[in-house]
Design a protein around this ligand. Sequence first.
Ligand SMILES: [Zn+2]
Ligand SMILES: [Zn+2]
Length: 389
Amino acid sequence: MRAVVWEGKNKVQVSDVPDPQILNPHDAIVKVCLTAICGSDLHLYDGDVPTMKPGDVLGHEFMGEVVETGPEVKNLAKGDWVVVPFAIACGRCFFCERELWSACDNTNPNAWIADTAYGYSGSGLFGYSHMYGGYPGGQAEYVRVPFADVGPIKIYEDVRDEQVLFLSDIFPTGFMAAENCNIQPGDTIAVWGCGPVGLLAMKSAFMLGAERVIAIDRVRSRLRKAAEDCRAETINCAEVDVLEALKEMTGGRGPDACIEAVGMESHGVGVEHLYDRARAALMLETDRPLPLREAIHACRKGGTVSVPGAYGGLIDKFPIGAAFGKGLTLKMGQTHVHKYMRLLLDKIRRGDIDPSFVITHQFPLGEAPRAYRMFREKSDDCVKVVMKP
Ligand SMILES: [Zn+2]
Ligand SMILES: [Zn+2]
């Protein structure tokens, strides 16, 4: 079959790879009909994630048709149409039982690598390095889905593929980021980053009762999207001082909650950013946390800072004093996708939200190298790319 494979830093290509096989009684094989490139795929593309090997199949956002099931898969059958969560969970361990699906203890055969770095490993992930299990991803014609009786949800003809594809990751991720803010009626939520997750966090914040959403980014086209598609007020952080602007917009008090949807690849301006770049170059600091610091400084006393943006290593100059002094709640982590898929599918079917508004570009899978380049450079106002095998 054809698949998008990682060949090294800034190099992906479409190659012939062996067809996936049922290896375990709980597996299914899914024929992919739609897949997407995620912001976190850029961390792989940029060569920032260790334990990638040339030839690894990429992709963790995909959906398609079940073409084969292992003997223990009772709830899916050949011909079913499914969306698959990016985190692989067993459904039976201590963490799965507590709905902490992305912390599953049983799905990462290479857990020792993450154990060494973090003390504990999270679940296995599709198409996301050997440190997370080395599972071939879904930017391919076919994919093996382990624990297929636990993760995938069935969808029916009343929804379009583009509407439900993002149940695999970014919609639950944006929603969990907003849910983590413990939003009360009348709240003002500030969101750093108008990428796909940030935009879906804004929509989710309104769905959960926020009165105002303030979007922060440096890319004009993305700010426009936040304003037009998500009813957000906007701050261009390349033009104004974000902390001053937020203060002014909230009567001096600060937003009730702040969502940091940028993560470790943030582009900053000014001295602080150069300091981070220099520290990262010297390997003293691996992630560049300007928006995170800003979110902590901006948030009102007793508020919440929610972090869906991905971090992988260490940061310094973390304003723990400000966070402590204001009594902030910090919430973060890999999304527990399984917990949200059905709830959010219902919202899509009821017409409360159509997540396909984030899609700006569609390519055939064969043009993946061009799609990655465009998504990386954010050229042609690119926000989200989907690909059809
Ligand atoms: Zn993703
Ligand atoms: Zn588990």
